[in-house]
Design a protein around this ligand. Sequence first.
Ligand SMILES: [Zn+2]
Ligand SMILES: [Zn+2]
Length: 151
Amino acid sequence: MGLEPHSPLTELSLEAIIALLHSRGLRVTKGRQKILETLLEATEPLSLEEIQRRSVVDGVTPDYATVFRVMGLLEELQVAQRVHLNRSCSYFELLDPQQHYDHLICTQCGRVTLMVDSCPVEKVEQAIGRRYGFTDVRHSLEFFGKCPECR
Ligand SMILES: [Zn+2]
Ligand SMILES: [Zn+2]
């Protein structure tokens, strides 16, 4: 399992992300910190609405525009990525610099399983980089099927 060279972080933690944001001169408000905590606690990619619903601080729900901006920023910093899961809206997940995963999605119930330690194209990725002269090649795969409960 090769390290993902793309994330500017060396480990995925709240402290590491906050330090990165500070190093870019960005303020980390209580609301922003809660959004980061929501992402770190998530076991599957979340939509903007889900991030919003789970990031309530003292009874206050962050507004959609705030969540949208934070996710855009994290994406730009390559700390988070967008996945589509064959649905109409985007889902977001943090990029773990120490671990890469692809997705297995149930077409019946929508459950998302993260495929850890079984990337089928890691070698192919290196070959693609060489073939086309690209560095920092990355991918996010989505496989679809019926989960054990829906079979
Ligand atoms: Zn299912
Ligand atoms: Zn992969």
